[in-house]
Design a binder for this molecule. Structure first.
Ligand SMILES: *Cc1c(COP(=O)(O)O)cnc(C)c1O
Length: 421
């Protein structure tokens, strides 16, 4: 459920018409709904009640500070994958005790930073990383709190680029390696193993692979405990998919919680989750304006928008589907037309979709890419020297620009000329 709906013939975000935002901020622009963010977070957290779980929101899905602060205010933790993301989480008020630091290639400097600020858990993805962390912690006379990221060898995820749970993927260590590394960490004076973690992929729409992975993780916890280790925490990752409108609804958090309850029955352990997409995807849209419609005499109609692949790369990168809605609702009974929806960038990859049925659109009309709150703005760039797409947060009838569009002068001023030129 989200708070983007048609009222009085046009699309609104909560109590704010999207057209008013486009007027004030210009296009393209991302627009996020506070009420939707809050709802998705609380539905996820409450699905596990009465169990208290750590919900560490995966910052990489949408790292805007106002989005983070909205979630932090509800008690969300943060799953981070770089020093920059740890800094964002801290700046948004996430306490270090709820920050998890993940990622396959954390540098010594990043690990030192994470130790200095006191993050709750550093997820170790390989033995060389564990050895480096031990050395960094030793040099600081500290004990690093770690979880071993396990690759349970279960395939899942909506696209090859976002499946992470198979042995051939670069993430984590095998179940047997995890046992060896856990023992090694337990014997280290500079490491403090808290538990084990997994995350098998993203945009998962079927609970079976999650259940298979969770079952393997539970067995691992039991083997580790039998071997005499303390295992306090089990981090089950993120990955639950969201509806992108062209598909049946993926299982809701309550169905995930039911699987977790069943698989973990009788196991005394703190659970943590790292949802990203599920919290933010349907809380955001990308607003864009039609530049013109180019009709080829042979028949194809190209809807040329002012948004491009640099603003929303998911269609080009993951063949992702986004529902596209006209902001002004079409007249009832208006005939649909087939459009190729494209941006202005000079490559064919800058095609959002082909042969999409849409109501008739003309230059100046506004459209909204739905479900664009996750991996949208966070993956945007300034390719083609297009100013970084701005972000707007709505709350009821108020809205605020929470990342302004840079001016061309600001963009050019970032690049000092080489002194010999
Ligand atoms: C990307 C990622 C997540 C979030 O995945 P979603 O599909 O957005 O829920 C969680 N944990 C880790 C380790 C990740 O890399």
């Amino acid at each position: 459920m989200n708070h983007f709906e048609v009222r009085r013939g046009e699309l609104w975000c909560e109590d704010t018409p999207l057209a008013a935002i486009a007027e004030a901020v210009g296009t393209p622009a991302y627009v996020y709904s506070t009420a939707t963010l809050e709802r998705h977070y609380t539905v996820f957290r409450d699905a596990f009640a009465p169990r208290e779980v750590l919900v560490a929101y995966a910052v990489k899905a949408n790292s805007n500070l106002s989005v983070l602060k909205t979630l932090a205010a509800l008690g969300a933790g943060a799953d981070t994958v770089s020093e920059g993301e740890v800094r964002r989480a801290l700046a948004a008020g996430v306490p270090p005790s709820r920050i998890v630091f993940s990622g396959v290639g954390k540098t010594d400097d990043e690990l030192a930073f994470a130790l200095d600020v006191g993050v709750a858990e550093i997820n170790i993805e390989s033995e060389p990383e564990m050895d480096r962390l031990a050395a960094v912690a030793e040099s600081k006379d500290m004990r690093a709190p770690i979880a071993i990221r396990v690759n349970p060898d279960v395939g899942a995820g909506g696209h090859a680029k976002i499946a992470t749970g198979k042995t051939e993927d670069k993430f984590g260590v095998s179940l047997s390696e995890a046992e060896r590394l856990y023992a090694k960490a337990s014997n280290s004076a500079s490491l403090k193993p808290l538990g084990v973690a997994c995350h098998i992929g993203s945009q998962i729409t079927d609970l079976a692979p999650l259940e298979a992975a969770f079952t393997k993780m539970r067995a691992l916890v039991e083997r580790l405990r039998l071997a005499g280790h303390s295992v306090r925490r089990l981090d089950l990752g993120g990955g639950l998919g969201v509806p992108y409108f062209n598909m049946p609804d993926p299982p809701p958090p309550a169905a995930l919680a039911e699987v977790v309850d069943r698989v973990m029955a009788g196991l005394d352990i703190e659970l943590a989750f790292e949802p990203g997409r599920l919290i933010v995807a349907n809380a955001g849209v990308l607003l864009s304006r039609v530049i013109h419609v180019h009709r080829r005499p042979e028949g194809r109609a190209f809807l040329v928008l002012d948004a491009a692949m640099n603003d929303l790369i998911r269609p080009a990168m993951y063949d992702a589907y986004h529902d596209i809605r006209p902001v002004k609702a079409p007249a009832p009974g208006a005939a649909l037309e087939l459009y190729d929806v494209v941006g202005p960038i000079c490559e064919t990859g800058d095609t959002f979709t082909r042969d999409r049925s849409l109501p008739p659109l003309a230059a100046g009309d506004l459209v909204a890419f739905m479900s664009a709150g996750a991996y949208g703005s966070a993956m945007s760039s300034e390719y083609n020297t297009r100013p970084l797409v701005p972000e707007v947060l709505v709350r009821g009838d108020q809205f605020a620009v929470v990342r302004p569009r840079p001016t061309y002068d600001e963009m050019l001023a970032r690049e000092p000329m080489a002194p010999w030129l």
